[in-house]
Ligand binder design. Sequence first.
Ligand code: 7RM
Length: 635
Amino acid sequence: MKLTIDSFEEYKKIYDYSVSNPEAFWAEIAENFQWRKKWDTVVKWNFKEPNIRWFDGATLNITENCLDRHLDTIGDRPAIIWEPNDPEESHRVLTYKQLHEKVCQFANVLKNNGAKKGDRICIYMPMVPELAIAVLACARIGAIHSVVFGGFSAQSIADRIQDAGCTLVITADGGFRGTKEIPLKSVIDDALVQCHTVQKVIVLTRSRTPVSMIKGRDVWWEDELKKVETMGNPPCPAEEMAAEDELFILYTSGSTGKPKGVVHTCAGYMVYTGYTFANVFNYQPGEIYFCTADIGWITGHSYIVYGPLSQGATSLMFEGIPTWPDAGRFWDIVQKYQVNILYTAPTAIRSLMSFGLEPLEGKDLSSLKKLGSVGEPINEEAWHWYDEHIGKRKCPIVDTWWQTENGGIMISPIANVTPTKPGYATLPLPGVQPVIVDENGNEIAGNGVSGNLCIKFPWPGMLRTTYGDHERCRTTYFATYPDMYFTGDGCLRDEDGYYRITGRVDDVLNVSGHRIGTAEVENAINMHSSVVESAVVGYPHDIKGQGVYAFVVCPELHDDADLTRKDIVMTVSRIIGPIAKPDKIQFVSGLPKTRSGKIMRRILRKIAEGDTSNLGDTTTLLDPAVVEEIKAGAL
Ligand code: 7RM
């Protein structure tokens, strides 16, 4: 079966086929990829344990699909175009041939430094081509990468390295974000004080920030490459991987204090990201595709690296931020490279909207053909601005709903195929079987309904486990409702059967498209020496989507409230990273609790939203007076 769907009628036909005959459907899709050995069974699964196996018996290497198989046909086509933070610095282009060569070289560097199949490798790098090269080099030798976003703190990195037992770290001296320089290597040094599994650190030169190199542990990327060159650049055959061998771990926040290592495996992830990329963006050969995410998040893994490359696309990678040197940065990039497909987040759109239309003046956006949105619900105002001022009303907008755990896009329009509706992720992609359930887990059938979003049948890109703790995977995703994967999102299905995702129904915030657990932020706040207790909730924020509102009990606080606030913000930044900083901190004498000691977040959420007219039932509170005090002091 050909990969791409060309009409809405065809979509409906293929969707029905994918539900009535999922094994035949996915087998036909999988034929579009390159296998060392084909599968014995398409899918074996149960959601009880859970145990999910796709394409069992097959062997492959995802980098052969992303690189080698394109060499004879499109080897001279750009695979990666890189635009640096500073527009004055030169951009770089890597063709498929060049990327293949660099991946093989660096894979040999990894081997020379003791890395082998199954090892966990932590990658903490800026958005430079070497980040994609490092990721692919790990995949080439069968090492499991764990990319940590450059905005996370030393403590967060240490937790992730320890949880996965990483033996090697790949980093850079520093990175650039707007006018800021991020001292990546120095953060790694702080993290590694606590990490005894790490034997080697490979450091790329990027910012030329002075760094300290520890003898026997730290080596320079460039020196190691020279060694491989001196050996005459030996080839690096791809490791033959079993379908269900682990490809990578990516940590993500949930409702508990400790992030989970979501595990994705080789074959299913490859097929799912390739299939969804080709369809959702209706990718045509030669098109320039620009995804503005960071490779440190799942969107970057699936839709900057693996999905586009497996489809022979040209993927544009940007190191900087949307607002520096000015709020026209994205539009300059679109014009400079004649970008055809732009995939970004609602938070970026809202932020750029706030600068008005002036940054768009004189910018040629006529190359744009398709637009995408990801990471959070897109409000109608932002949708229309994107449609009108960026797409000039001629580009379909694909509002793509999916999660780290899903591996790839789940509910989304297919560009030029699915009629869109502002604010709606529209319809499930072929192979995806969403259901809406009530609190008791009963399926709510029919249209014009709302509830919690679950998926009742496996798809190839789904997570297989949470690293080192399978039970946690079961309880988080498969135990809330029997025989279903629970997304943690609420949604509605309208009269046309279109889905609108309304947001999380658990204690997870979405701040500027970043997933943050309230418990994680509370733990960080509680580390501050004057804090006794805290409760964190989200509130609507014009640009970030949600802001972080912290209610903090600090009994010894006298007239130094502002200083303490700053200290608390600093603490959160140090423990988690700047992305989790509270936007508002309200000091309170106590938190609203039930007689059994549970914090009533529902009440705090209402207060944070500024809606205190109806706080619901407060009769079960231990001390109702505390609510009056909190209401009076709301920020
Ligand atoms: C890709 C990504 C996942 C959470 C998810 C939702 C929210 C993502 C949309 C969305 C409404 C969308 N992975 N979310 N996309 N909500 N419409 N198109 O973001 O693991 O970091 O976050 O993000 O709540 O559960 S993620």
